[in-house]
Each structure stands twice: as structure tokens, then as C-alpha cells.
Design a binder for this molecule. Structure first.
Ligand code: NDP
Length: 292
């Protein structure tokens, strides 16, 4: 069984980005600039943003975090996005979700200038992705595509089952896997909470991509022998044997699934680092466009 090492692949991608940034600086251009908006004090959101900032700095990008209290009004947040949209020294803007309940996420995402939408969530960019046009692909699905490519997983003509239909993972993932490209060219089935016979459908999959937010739910009983398993889920579970008192697990029960899988991405060290790599690639692309 092959372990698909997302950390190693993402390090390779980061090295390529570092070289590209150095080339930009040699040409007298400035480094790519990624801005993040963080609203409120949510601990997980703060960690995600800190990790993105760390990765951006590692590859030589400029990184700015705009922090706002959870009491900020939608109007004030829209105004701030407007300023960042108009700032020619910022190439990419991400808004850490979720936002407080009184703010409409849809309106906020639509306010980001599509050219700076390096998360690939703006409807214009989503539309382009669906149509197969040049755009920013959402970071997690695009990271998974890179992962399959680097791990040399054959996808053409294969059965791919995607568990989950969220706008940020499952839905775009299913579209990318069905594209006429490599990786891609799969016959794709999308499953969700209303799916009947989930186990039977999963057992048909040559490639099973799981993004359901259910700790360790997918075990060997869902898996066809030799299948490629991509685990997107990430959860903290209590573990008294660890100094921290917890450990990270995915939506897949790793030890059980590994008995049948042909290849599997671990948690941690699988899709997580690839998501960051996807974001960095999009930011580099945005900078190249804005600085050319
Ligand atoms: P959402 O909660 O937005 O979506 C979950 C999807 O899974 C929904 O479509 C839901 O169906 C479906 N689902 C939930 N339970 C079941 C079930 N028992 N059987 C079948 N389908 C089910 O989650 P996200 O897509 O945002 O994230 C999924 C997981 O991936 C989370 O654990 C999240 O933390 C992780 N994640 C990890 C990232 C990384 O970088 N590693 C990045 C993004 C997410 P329905 O539509 O019917 O409700």
C-alpha cells in the first residue's frame, strides 16, 4: 500500500514557488502579496489563518492579516474588502470562514474582486471552473488534483466517488474529477446525507474522496480492494497517551482502511498541506497577472 505524502508533495511545490518568487525579485518586481481577513476570535479560524501566513512567508510572499472584532457590521466589512480590492499592492485576498451570523457570507464572497479571489469561491470563478476556463481553482480540490498527479494515480476511465457536496470541497472536487483532463476523466458519483446504499456505492470506487466531517466514519467496509483513498476530514479527538491530550484524525478510519486501500492519504500530513500549497499557487498566479 502506498501512502500519499501530502507534506512531501507540498514541500516540493513550495520549493518551486520560492524559485519563482526569487526570479520575480531578480526582475525588480515585488513579491506576491496575500491578504487575509479574520473576523472574531474563533480558535480554529485563528490557527488556519496563522498557518496560511506562515506558509506564505516561507515561500517569500508578503502576508497581511486584517483582524476585525465579531461585532463588525456587514457594511464595514464590505468597505474594507473594497479598500483591499483597490490596493494594487495586494494580489490575493482570502476571507476566513465562517463569519458571524449577522454577516451574509454570500454577499461578502461576491464582494471580492474575482482577480484577487485566490480561494476560488467567487461565483465568477466557480462558473469558469465548471466551464473548464482558466481561473483560480478552490485550494482543497486543486491540492487533491496535484496530489493525485504527483502520486501518479491513474484516473482516466476510473470510477470516482466523492463523499460530500459542499461548495468548497465536495462539489468542486466532483467537477474537477469529471473534467476531460489528467487527472480527471473519471465517472463521478457524488454522495451526501440523503444518499441510500452509501457503502455499496463507495465499494465501487477506484478513487474515493471523503469530505463529510465525520471522524473516522469510513472504514474497510466502504472500500474496494486496491482503491485510492483521499481523506479530507480533519478532527481533534481526545487521546490521553499524547502530551497535548488529543490527536488529529480524518473522516477515514486509517488503520482499517489501510488494510484494503491501494493508496491512502494520511491525516495529518495529507490533504491539509496540499490545501495550503493550492492557495500559494493561486496567489503566485494572481501576482504574475497583476504585475505583468
Ligand atoms: P460541510 O459540513 O460543508 O459538508 C459536509 C458534506 O458531507 C455535506 O455535503 C453533507 O451532506 C455530507 N455528509 C455529512 N455527513 C454525511 C454522512 N454521514 N454520509 C454522507 N454524507 C455526509 O464540510 P466541508 O466540505 O467544509 O468539510 C468536510 C471535512 O473536511 C471537514 O472535516 C473539514 O474540517 C475538512 N476540511 C479539511 C480541509 C483541509 O485542508 N484538510 C479543507 C476543508 C475542509 P448534506 O449536503 O446532505 O448535508
Amino acid at each position: 500500500m502506498k501512502i500519499i505524502d501530502g507534506k512531501e508533495i507540498s514541500n516540493k511545490i513550495k520549493k518551486e514557488i520560492i524559485t519563482e518568487v526569487e526570479n520575480m525579485l531578480d526582475k525588480g518586481l515585488r513579491a506576491p502579496h496575500l491578504a487575509a481577513i479574520l473576523v472574531g476570535e474563533d480558535e480554529a479560524s485563528q490557527t488556519y489563518v496563522a498557518n496560511k501566513e506562515k506558509a506564505a512567508k516561507e515561500v517569500g510572499f508578503i502576508s497581511s492579516i486584517y483582524r476585525f472584532p465579531s461585532t463588525i457590521s456587514e457594511k464595514e466589512l464590505l468597505e474594507s474588502i473594497g479598500f483591499i480590492n483597490d490596493d494594487n499592492d495586494i494580489d490575493g485576498l482570502i476571507i476566513q470562514l465562517p463569519l458571524p451570523k449577522h454577516i451574509c457570507e454570500k454577499r461578502i464572497i461576491q464582494a471580492i474582486k474575482p482577480e484577487k479571489d485566490v480561494d476560488g469561491f467567487h461565483p465568477e470563478n466557480v462558473g469558469k471552473m465548471v466551464l473548464g476556463q482558466e481561473t483560480y481553482l478552490p485550494a482543497t480540490p486543486s491540492g487533491i488534483i496535484e496530489m493525485l498527479s504527483h502520486a501518479k494515480i491513474e484516473t482516466e476511465g476510473k470510477e470516482c466517488v466523492v463523499l460530500g457536496r459542499s461548495n468548497i470541497v465536495g462539489r468542486p472536487m466532483s467537477i474537477l474529477m469529471s473534467r476531460n483532463s489528467n487527472p480527471g476523466n473519471c465517472s463521478v458519483t457524488v454522495c451526501h446525507t440523503k444518499t441510500k446504499n452509501l457503502r455499496e456505492i463507495c465499494k465501487r470506487a477506484d478513487i474515493l474522496i471523503i469530505a463529510i466531517g465525520q471522524p473516522q466514519m469510513i472504514d474497510e467496509t466502504y472500500i474496494k480492494k486496491g482503491a485510492t483513498i483521499i481523506d479530507v476530514g480533519i478532527h481533534r479527538i481526545e487521546d490521553s497517551s499524547k502530551k497535548s491530550g488529543f490527536r488529529l484524525v480524518g473522516d477515514v478510519h486509517y488503520e482499517s482502511a489501510a488494510k484494503l486501500a491501494g493508496a491512502i492519504s494520511p491525516v495529518p500530513g495529507g490533504v491539509g498541506p496540499m490545501t495550503i500549497a493550492g492557495l500559494l499557487q493561486n496567489t503566485l498566479k494572481a501576482a504574475k497577472k497583476s504585475l505583468q
